[in-house]
Design a protein around this ligand. Structure first.
Ligand code: URA
Length: 209
């Protein structure tokens, strides 16, 4: 799948392994996710458009290059997506933020929308959708379906972990959306969890279990 980018930098893999451990505390899980999100942001924004900016160094004038962070919108799929947001915003503080609230119907595992809020002028923005786990793909597909109604300039999807089933589903529904992940795990279990995975990302971020 040419649209899938596995970020296999040693720092990313190291932190991911520490996060997966069942005895990682809520505090360290959250801190590692924050650090990992910053590192992943470097890769995801590698091809961001830049503008020239005339500046003066203490020695002479020069033309530097800068990004326009305000044109970026990070779109968090609630609630676990918020665990990725802080790290990304610390790297690109000018980015705007949108939220999409979906819950997983426990019987059908399909996504049901309960919240949707985006910044204005979405047609001028590049969107980066974030959710730590791309499992069945139902939430990601529903979120991107809905986001496309706002016609952003481009869409990328970022997760920490995925599996072949989730990748195939998202690539089939949205072949135009590049997927960035730190790892592709073995499989989904019957409850829609990734194996070996890291458990329930939302519960581990917020300490709700
Ligand atoms: N959501 C999670 O939090 N974990 C999984 O393994 C799958 C979906």
């Amino acid at each position: 799948m040419s649209n899938v980018h596995v970020i296999d930098h040693p720092l990313v893999q190291h932190k991911l392994t520490l996060m997966r451990r069942k005895d990682a505390s809520t505090n360290s899980f959250r801190r590692l996710l924050n650090e990992l999100s910053m590192l992943m942001t470097y890769e995801v924004t590698r091809d961001m458009p830049m503008q020239d900016l005339d500046i003066e160094t203490p020695l002479e004038p020069m033309t530097g290059r800068v990004i326009d962070g305000k044109k970026l919108v990070f779109v968090s799929i609630l609630r676990a997506g918020n665990g990725i947001l802080d790290g990304m915003l610390s790297v690109i503080p000018g980015a705007r933020v949108g939220h999409i609230g979906l819950y997983r119907d426990p019987k059908t595992l399909t996504a049901v929308e309960y919240y949707f809020k985006m910044p204005p002028e979405m047609n001028e923005r590049d969107a980066i959708v974030v959710d730590p786990m791309l499992a069945t793909g139902h939430s990601a597909i529903a979120a991107i379906d809905r986001l496309k109604e706002c016609r952003p300039k481009s869409i990328k999807f970022v997760c920490l972990l995925t599996c072949p089933e989730g990748l195939a589903a998202l690539a089939k529904a949205h072949p135009d959306v590049p997927i960035y992940t730190a790892a592709i795990d073995r499989q989904l279990n019957d409850h829609g969890y990734i194996l070996p995975g890291l458990g329930d990302a939302g519960d581990r971020i917020f300490g709700t279990q």
